[in-house]
Design a protein around this ligand. Structure first.
Ligand code: FAD
Length: 311
């Protein structure tokens, strides 16, 4: 078996999205040694697949796309002294303040003084709902579809139905129209549209997307490929068959804290473990994830400089 490479750093940051990159820049500017590990080949996290504009107004005073925002953040990250391990997955964290990391160069064990989880969030899948029927091709979470289309260059079907009317569902609806698809409808279980007013105007009303409130999907049809869904009207109790070949679910996000599992005790998480960006709470705006990362990175570097005393 090949040897495990040993690395040491003041701060290990897991994730190089908006939060992780800004934490790294601030911590290294404040004198800490920093290693950032990310399991993707390029930095930026979800920013790289958000090709729409709406980023950077607070931080840069101008409208940018996700990749433009990411490029700007990466420029500062690249100029910092932080060490970047791309395509490297952090497999586990141990209470002796070490992380086991797997990458193209094999396994590494990184010893650290502080660790920041900037691991983003996970999407709630359709199968977490009581949905019957087949399990065909053509059903994707919004993030999966975005990654597939924007980063992978793959196509989806032409008649798209969207379950969930929050910002992400709305942004996906507009993107499908821009790609020349038909958005046959959007279902929302609440009695009002979710998301920000701006997205409601620019993504839903501007493109006349048919939204059915008080409704949800209860059955999936088709095999091996999706042919339709049963839309259940919660107010009348009636069902309607909607023909579609693509179902996109935008059912909400949850902070990804899987690496912290098993580290929590009666007093909470250990003092060396910190969360920022979507791993802490879901940030609707990237600026907010970046600002939080920056503040945390700076504070931890100052704590290290003052030999562990709170600053
Ligand atoms: C569809 C969509 C539209 C949005 N639209 C806007 C908008 O218009 N304007 C705006 O300002 N904001 C928008 N946002 C919000 C903004 O993009 C996010 O709040 C922000 O980018 C989150 O950054 P993050 O660093 O917390 O997480 P992420 O970007 O998710 O980064 C987490 C990184 O950690 C990596 N990772 C996870 N686990 C591991 C592990 N074990 N080992 C190594 N690496 C790991 C992941 O691969 C990823 O690269 C949108 C978000 C989405 C999803």
């Amino acid at each position: 078996m090949s040897q495990i490479r040993a690395l040491t750093t003041d701060i290990l940051i897991v994730g190089s999205g908006a939060a992780g990159m800004s934490a790294a820049v601030a911590a290294s500017a404040s004198g800490a040694s920093v290693i950032v590990a990310d399991d993707r080949k390029v930095p930026g996290g979800v920013l790289t697949q958000c090709v729409h504009s709406g980023f950077g107004l607070g931080r840069y005073g101008k409208e940018m796309t996700g990749p433009e925002y990411s490029k700007e953040e990466f420029r500062r990250f690249d100029e910092s002294s932080a060490i970047y391990l791309s395509d490297c997955r952090v497999l586990s964290l141990s209470s002796d303040k070490t992380a086991l990391v797997s990458g193209s160069e094999g396994l590494s064990r990184i010893s650290f003084r502080e660790c920041i989880l900037a691991t983003g969030c996970t999407e709630r899948p359709l199968w977490s709902l009581p949905v019957s029927g087949t399990r065909p091709e053509g059903v994707y979470t919004a993030g999966e579809a975005q990654e597939m289309i924007e980063l992978g260059g793959y196509d989806t079907g032409n008649n798209v139905f969207i379950l969930g009317s929050g910002d992400i569902g709305q942004i996906m609806a507009r993107r499908f129209i821009q790609l020349g698809k038909t958005v046959v409808g959007m279902a929302e279980q609440k009695d009002h549209l979710g998301g920000m007013k701006r997205n409601q105007e620019e993504c839903i009303r501007a493109y006349d997307i048919p939204v059915t409130l008080n409704s949800t999907v209860t059955e999936i049809h088709g095999s091996p490929h999706l042919t339709g869904v049963t839309l259940h009207h919660l107010d009348s109790g009636t069902d309607e068959l909607i023909e579609c070949d693509t179902l996109i679910t935008a059912l909400g996000l949850e902070p990804d804290r899987s690496l912290a599992e098993g580290l929590e005790n009666d007093n909470g998480y250990p003092g060396w473990l910190h969360f920022c960006g979507n791993a802490d709470f879901v940030h609707d705006i990237a600026d907010s994830a970046s600002t939080q990362g920056e503040k945390l990175g700076r504070n931890l570097a100052c704590r290290i400089q003052s030999n562990g005393k709170e600053v």
